[in-house]
Design a protein around this ligand. Structure first.
Ligand SMILES: C[S@@+](CC[C@H](N)C(=O)[O-])C[C@H]1O[C@@H](n2cnc3c(N)ncnc32)[C@H](O)[C@@H]1O
Length: 203
């Protein structure tokens, strides 16, 4: 049996009791180094995943295979990869709190009419999404930084938007910033793990 477990934005406080129960019962715990480190006390085989992981090899292992996924596993997460290898009847998905849900809660912003874009290892037409929607949330990566996004908005003449950056959400070093497009362009800070929210008007 394979279980994908959403472990929330990072801090263990945000893992559901059911997800923890599943992790404790794992025979093989699979995840990124950052995530496995949180469960060093779980006494089972550990398997680190990275860009060159042979998923078939891991999924052929015996027993309860539990895959740790950040945030909500099915929102631009590992679910789409695992579905290529595992039959749905052999798979359970335990939902988790997405970094996006967490960020919206911090901004006291409803998620009604929210548009989600991922620039994490993929490209999407962000400018089109921002022109068409008042609330756009973006998963970023090392190439698609908050400043990269500000530059895109400036080029598209969308300087009236506000850009909020949620960094290291739920961790002790969490920071939430709000910028105008111009302020962010002039900001030299190198942001750590982050999500970006673009709003229009008084949202
Ligand atoms: C592959 S996506 C997975 C998102 C995940 N499924 C979710 O629901 O949060 C990874 C991206 O999520 C965002 N992210 C995940 N955890 C975060 C955190 N604790 N603080 C800020 N951003 C986070 C970052 O943009 C990161 O590059």
């Amino acid at each position: 049996m394979v279980t994908i477990v959403g472990i929330g934005p990072g801090n263990k406080k945000f893992i559901t009791p059911y997800a923890l129960e599943k992790i404790k019962k794992a025979d093989v715990l699979v995840g990124g180094r950052r995530h496995l480190k949180e469960f060093e006390d779980v006494n089972c085989e550990k398997s680190v995943i990275n860009a060159s992981t042979d998923y078939q090899h891991i999924l052929n292992k015996k027993g309860n295979i539990v895959i740790l996924a950040s945030g909500e596993p099915s929102l631009y997460g590992i679910t789409e990869v695992i579905l290529e290898y595992v039959d749905e009847s052999q798979l359970e998905i335990v939902p988790g709190i997405s970094s996006i849900q967490y960020m919206c809660a911090k901004l006291k912003m409803t998620m009604n009419d929210l548009t989600v874009v991922s620039l994490h290892g993929r490209s999407e037409d962000l400018v089109k999404k921002v022109k068409e929607n008042k609330k756009v949330v973006i998963f970023t990566d090392k190439a698609h930084t908050p400043q990269f996004i500000a530059a895109l908005l400036k080029k598209a003449n969308l300087q009236d938007r506000k850009i909020h950056v949620g960094e290291n959400l739920s961790y002790d070093n969490e920071r939430i910033y709000s910028f105008t497009v111009e302020e962010l362009l002039n900001c030299s800070k190198k942001f750590d793990l982050n999500v970006v929210v673009i709003t229009c008007g008084n949202i």
